[in-house]
Structures are given as C-alpha cells and as structure tokens.
Write a protein that binds this ligand. Structure first.
Ligand code: SF4
Ligand code: SF4
Length: 320
C-alpha cells in the first residue's frame, strides 16, 4: 500500500497565519512565480521521516517558545490591517539610520535590502510588498558548540521566537512613521529566506544549505519586513560568492552529518535551483537528537573569523 506523506499532501500554512484573510481591496500582493518551489513544512517532514515520539518529548523544552512563535506569526499576518495604505514611498537617510539603530537595539545582528524575486516566494503564497528588509539574529556560539544538546535546541527556538518579535516591532515602527509594512517571521515565512538574504548581500549558502554570514557564519536565524519604500539601499553586489568555492575543499559538514544527508556535490534542480540536503535523511537525527545542528557547530564559519578564512582561502588559490 502506498504510504501517505503529509509533507506531500499539505502544502500551505493554516489560512489564518497568512495575509490572505486580512487583505483589503486596494492591496496588490505579489504572487509566487509559476516556477517557485513548494514550502517545506519541517513538522510534516518529521511526521513522515523522523521520530514523532522523540519530538513530542522535546516539546517540554521548546513547546512554549514554539507556541509563542506561532502567535507572533499570526500577528505578522493580521497586523497588515494597521498599514497606513497611502504610505510614504521614500525614506530619508536619517529615518533609515534610526530604523537600523532601533532594530540593532532589539538584538538584530545584520541588515540587508533587496527586491524579492517571485521565484523565492513559496508556491501559492503571497507577500504584500516586493521590497524586503532582511534581518539576521545570532545564535549563541557557546550554545551551538554544545550541539546536539537541550541548550542548543532551546537556543534555536529562542532565536526563532525573538526574531519573530523583532520583525513585528520593526513593522510597527515603520507604520508609526507612515510606511506600509508586512513582517515575515522566522517560522512559517512565505518566502525562502536564504536566496533572498543572498540577494540582500548578507551572505552565501554553504554546502550545509544554510546562509553563511560575515558576522556569525551559519549561526543565524533570518526574518524580513516587506515594504513598498522604493529608495532602500538595495544590495548591488555578491561579495560572499567565494564561500561556495571554499566549501568545495572543506566538506566538514558532509563528513560530520550523522545521516549522510548533505550532498558532497550540491544538486541542481531545473526549477528549484540548488538542493543541498536530503531532508528525508536529516529528519531522524534532527528529531531524535535535539535538532542535531552538527552542520552548524562544525562549520568553520561558526567559530573562525570570516576574514581569516577568506585570507587563508585566497592564499591557497595563489599557491595552487
Ligand atoms: S542537522 Fe544533523 S542530520 Fe541534519 S543535515 Fe545537519 S548534520 Fe545532517
Ligand atoms: S562545513 Fe565547510 S563545506 Fe560545510 S558549509 Fe561550512 S564551509 Fe561549507
């Protein structure tokens, strides 16, 4: 008998957690490109391929944070009703600087700007505005170095929750100054954040499939605020592309992954772009062992300075 896979059957977030019920007539949300990929709902992948019982047991550590993250996710969607609509489309440098300082004061690590490519909006999802302010928040180095462990697992969900709170606050900050905004939470976003963050100049995807950033390597969570402000300082350059080259001769995450889930040669799907990890293999250690996270822990960018790794890499290129 053919197995029913929940991750194949259920492709969308619950309706109330999307912007759809809160849209007004004058809204013109941006739809995904026909070639866009389906969202990957981690809890469903765990049901299909992981250890659901282990996941239930872990709820005592992260249940509260997960619940509060879903509340923030609902807030991100419903708060679009507070948009001024006849919003201001330009921002002066002082207000932008004040916005960045506000976000950093709340705990944000890095900020980037890009126009969202509709290919990165998940199939059947929509976002309210095409311009994205992309945020990273750091996952604590010490806690990541303890992976796999309960403190690491709690850290993962703490950052999911906290960056969700921050993007809601930043969206409200913009609204209070006459701008339109739609907050994209870390859990249950409408968009594949990694390519959007790459376009925003915040980093490059590594072999482990994670965004590798200058400040914190892959020890980050991502979230966004979409807006129709037109004169944001959109990123024009991809200064982190060398990281893919570095990965070619590193392969530490490939070797450390207990499930052989990370592809030594990144696969490329005609429609979906690069595929780094076999999530069906990752699901078991992920659910059995507090979110695993070994591919973050052992990535050199998690604990060695970015510039040092870059210099070493450049020297290696000269010598070979
Ligand atoms: S979380 Fe663990 S199992 Fe999953 S890809 Fe990373 S190292 Fe492999
Ligand atoms: S561990 Fe090495 S190969 Fe894997 S993502 Fe980090 S730098 Fe790339």
């Amino acid at each position: 008998m053919k197995r029913i896979l929940f991750s194949e059957k259920i492709k969308t977030a619950p309706w109330l957690l999307t912007i759809e019920p809160y849209l007004r007539k004058q809204d013109q949300p941006i739809a995904s490109d026909p070639q866009a990929r389906e969202p990957r709902l981690v809890p469903l992948v765990i049901i299909d391929y992981g250890n659901l019982m282990a996941r239930f047991k872990q709820m005592r550590y992260i249940g509260k944070l997960l619940f509060k993250s879903v509340i923030e996710m609902a807030k991100s969607a419903s708060s679009i009703k507070k948009n001024p609509y006849a919003g201001n489309r330009t921002i002066d440098p002082e207000t932008l600087k004040a916005l960045e300082e506000y976000a950093i004061g709340l705990g944000i690590s890095e900020i980037g700007y890009t126009k969202v490519n509709p290919r990165y909006i998940f199939k059947n999802f929509r976002i309210l505005y095409k311009n994205a302010i992309v945020f990273t928040i750091e996952m604590d180095k010490e806690k990541i170095q303890q992976a796999p462990s309960v403190p690491t697992f709690i850290e993962i969900f703490r950052t999911y929750y906290e960056v969700g709170v921050i993007v809601n606050k930043v969206a409200d900050y913009l609204r209070s100054r006459g701008y339109n905004a739609h907050a994209g939470p870390a859990i249950g976003g409408d968009v594949n954040y990694i390519p959007v963050a790459i376009d925003a100049g915040l980093g490059m995807s590594g072999k482990n499939g994670l965004l590798i950033t200058k400040k914190n390597g892959p020890r980050v969570r991502l979230a966004t605020v979409y807006t129709d402000i037109e004169n944001l300082p959109f990123s024009q350059q991809h200064q982190h592309s060398w990281i893919r080259n570095y990965c070619q001769s590193c392969n530490i995450c490939v070797q450390k992954c207990p499930a052989n889930a990370i592809y030594r040669e990144t696969k490329t799907h005609a429609d979906l772009g690069p595929i780094f990890i076999d999530h069906t293999k990752c699901a078991l250690p992920f659910s059995n062992d507090n979110g695993c996270t070994l591919c973050v822990k052992f990535c050199p960018f998690s604990y060695v300075d970015y510039e040092k790794l870059k210099a070493k890499h450049e020297l290696k290129l000269v010598l070979t």
